[in-house]
Ligand binder design. Structure first.
Ligand code: 13P
Ligand code: SF4
Length: 352
């Protein structure tokens, strides 16, 4: 049954996601922070470990990952990087599904995370029992799930995609005449559905960070900055996506800041991304898309509370104590690896 926005939303009542409070950040004095970073550098080297960080994590973690030969990336590249790097330990600064994906793809390696409680509202809002029943009710549909899901949900799918590759994968499936069951992000699903015209049933999940961007306030901000290009992550609501000059993954939005001639940019995604944008385009003016205004809540701050759980201190503890290790049962990992590997193999064909 399609709603007013043309979405074919599944009639499923998903669990309410408990969003943690934003942690109070106590900035370490400069010399202490430098000493901590030095300790982490040494441990990474001694343990043959590499740090893989997402663009939304704290700037210090991102910088450290790059300085020490690791990477800062979107979720697709984080998954790929871990498979090609020779390190025996992958330290994933991000959210749990990113650590799990690394473990699934690298069963022989240890995967550590600074905080195992760092989850994601999309993952939490898509429990395997409910999702599997939903799939069972639509056996003629190809199951495509976003990477922001548990290992169990991935194992129940035919394809895993990230925001960077969702569109070409669904186009490819459309060419083969397949009908799609999509989960869990309804906004990314609707965006892909609108661009491909494929028949899709959408799981009604959403990202608590992107859902907070406000379309009316964005109209007002654009009036104040008529020359600014608007960059939007596709987990955002339709009325925000409709105002975008560029819609894409975190990597695509960073590349847009470098590529477009505009001096000013309004950015609708987690504010952690500004660290890399400022590094690569220091002369550009970056404005966060509005989150305040009617309907704003205390969660409206464009910072993912789970990404914020990653800190230098917790990273040091994970390395010192071998804490925060990701475990995925081998049988489950073998099942979940199939749709993830399908995505990585498909990504290689796109590069060619
Ligand atoms: P990207 O794959 O675009 O980095 O997105 C991951 C994510 O969690 C966005 O909220
Ligand atoms: Fe999940 Fe949203 Fe956080 Fe990305 S920003 S990890 S989608 S809650």
């Amino acid at each position: 049954m399609k709603n007013g926005a043309g979405e074919n939303l599944a009639d499923v009542r998903i669990p309410l996601v408990k969003v943690p409070a934003h942690p109070v950040r106590l900035e370490l004095p400069g010399p202490e922070k430098d000493a901590l970073k030095d300790r982490i550098r040494t441990m990474l080297r001694q343990q043959n470990a590499v740090l893989v960080a997402h663009y939304y994590t704290d700037g210090d973690l991102q910088d450290l990952a790059e300085e020490t030969g690791g990477c800062v990336a979107d979720s697709l590249e984080m998954a790929r990087f871990g498979t090609e790097h020779p390190a025996q330990i992958l330290v994933v600064a991000g959210v749990r599904f990113m650590g799990e994906t690394s473990k699934i793809l690298n069963n022989e390696k240890r995967v550590l995370m600074p905080d195992l409680a760092a989850t994601c509202s999309l993952d939490e809002g898509c429990p395997i029992g409910l999702f599997s029943d939903f799939c069972d009710r639509h056996p003629d549909h190809t199951v495509v799930v976003y990477a922001n899901t548990s290992a169990e949900v991935k194992a129940r799918s035919h394809w895993v995609v990230t925001s960077g590759i969702a569109l070409p994968v669904v186009k490819h499936l459309a060419e083969k005449g397949e009908k799609i069951l999509w989960g869990p992000d309804r906004h990314l699903g609707r965006y892909v559905q609108q661009l491909t015209g494929v028949e899709m049933i959408l799981w009604p999940g959403s990202c608590v960070v992107h859902e907070e961007f406000k379309a009316d306030a964005l109209i007002q901000l654009r009036k104040l900055h008529p020359q600014a290009a608007v960059l939007v992550h596709p987990e955002s609501p339709q009325e925000v996506v409709d105002q975008a000059d560029v819609v894409g993954s975190t990597t695509a939005l960073i590349q847009a800041v470098q590529r477009l001639p505009n001096k000013e940019f309004i950015v609708a995604t987690d504010a952690g991304i500004f660290n890399k944008m400022r590094q690569l385009a220091p002369d550009k003016i970056l404005l966060g898309a509005p989150i305040a205004g009617e309907g704003a809540t205390c969660e409206s701050c464009a910072r993912c509370p789970w990404m914020e759980m990653n800190t230098l201190e917790k990273l040091a503890i994970a390395l010192e104590a071998g804490a925060g290790e990701i475990e995925v049962a081998p049988e489950l990992a073998a099942k979940a690896r199939i749709p993830i590997q399908r995505m990585l193999d498909f990504a290689k064909t796109l590069k060619k």
